[in-house]
Design a protein around this ligand. Structure first.
Ligand code: ZN
Length: 112
């Protein structure tokens, strides 16, 4: 992959990582606000429970997304970015543009 294209993906992944970390920080701050709410009646407590569950599930999927972006950044650092972890071929740049954190070519991707 040529250095300019690689740099483009690198920046894109860093942007994504940054915005995910920001969102996560905001979600955690929102959770703190809810937990800090001093006077809760029964209904509020029930609402708090479901909101916390939503934040938990959001946290888990975001955590996995972060791990994927992190792994892609590691591959860039090692010089293996854009190389399929399944067959070793180059991943189609169009596929990378659509899914920048993938480590599988279209033929090896689990969704196929
Ligand atoms: Zn492959």
């Amino acid at each position: 992959m040529d250095p300019n294209t690689l740099e483009k993906f690198h920046r894109h992944l860093l942007d994504r990582q940054f915005s995910m970390l920001e969102r996560r920080k905001q979600a955690l701050a929102a959770e703190d606000d809810m937990l800090a709410e001093p006077e809760l009646d029964w209904e509020d407590t029930a609402a708090l429970g479901s909101a916390a569950a939503v934040l938990d599930s959001l946290g888990e999927s975001e955590r996995q997304a972060l791990v994927r972006v992190d792994a892609a950044l590691t591959r860039i650092a090692r010089g293996t970015y854009g190389q399929c972890a399944g067959c070793g071929d180059s991943i189609d740049p169009e596929r990378l543009a659509a899914v920048p954190d993938t480590d599988r070519c279209g033929g090896c991707a689990p969704e196929n």
